[in-house]
Design a protein around this ligand. Structure first.
Ligand SMILES: O=C(CO)[C@@H](O)[C@H](O)COP(=O)(O)O
Length: 219
């Protein structure tokens, strides 16, 4: 069983007070940071480029979990790896759900020395990707439509988590199962019970006491 990891999503940081929050994160029980890259095309929002990742990694050297919400992950995955990504996830939909392109990008990420995994939007089934699971260090299930923090958790997505947990055992694999969107005091337990071992939490962490909120989910 994988250790439970909380990955605070920097999308919800208070950008008028970044240094103090990064110091608090460094001292907290969070071992990862979740870094949401949005290109304004794949999702209707625009966020951070590779220089920002480089700065965050320098200021707060936690494990950088980079979630690419971009139309062209093949171009951007290597760039974010060069700038500090420890793990890169990309959307299957951005590669037209094409298994050979997905496998190719997972291989490329590994060849560049990073960990890699796939992400599916709420309306994308997970079962068609069984053949690439062996090459995933992590599978990310979106429990909101990607693009914005602060949305309502879609409990139906836990069926994907349960399927991933069963497949991991059946195929004797060890990928992590991450969930992203709407994780808070009312939802994190059901995500853990379904089989998630990696919880992304944005507004819940940054709109509350950072240290205590992270500890609460790990208790
Ligand atoms: O990828 C995304 C949104 O697309 C997330 O990482 C959000 O940042 C999660 O925010 P909360 O739902 O936890 O507020």
């Amino acid at each position: 069983m994988n250790e439970i990891v909380i990955a605070p999503s920097i999308l919800s940081l208070d950008y008028s007070n970044v240094s103090a929050q990064l110091e608090e994160l460094k001292a907290s029980k969070a071992k990862w940071l979740h870094f949401d890259v949005m290109d304004g095309h794949f999702v209707p929002n625009l966020t951070f480029g590779p220089d920002i990742l480089k700065g965050f990694k320098k200021a707060c050297p936690l494990f950088m979990d980079v979630h690419l919400m971009v139309e062209d992950p093949k171009t951007y995955a290597p760039i974010f790896i060069q700038n500090g990504a420890d793990l890169v996830t990309f959307h299957t939909e951005a590669l037209d759900n094409d298994l050979s392109r997905i496998q190719g990008l997972l291989d490329e990420i590994h060849n560049l020395g990073a960990k890699g995994g796939i992400v599916v939007k709420p309306n994308t089934a997970i079962e068609p990707f069984e053949s690439v699971l062996k090459s995933c260090d992590l599978v990310l299930v979106m429990s909101v439509e990607p693009g914005f923090g602060g949305q309502k958790f879609m409990a139906d997505m836990l069926k994907k988590v349960e399927w991933l947990k069963e497949k991991r055992q059946e195929l004797n694999l060890s990928y992590r199962i991450e969930i992203d969107g709407g994780i808070n005091q009312d939802t994190y337990k059901s995500a853990l019970d379904a089989g998630c071992d990696t919880l992304v939490a944005g507004s819940y962490v940054f709109k509350n006491d950072i240290t205590k909120t992270i500890e609460g989910m790990l208790a």
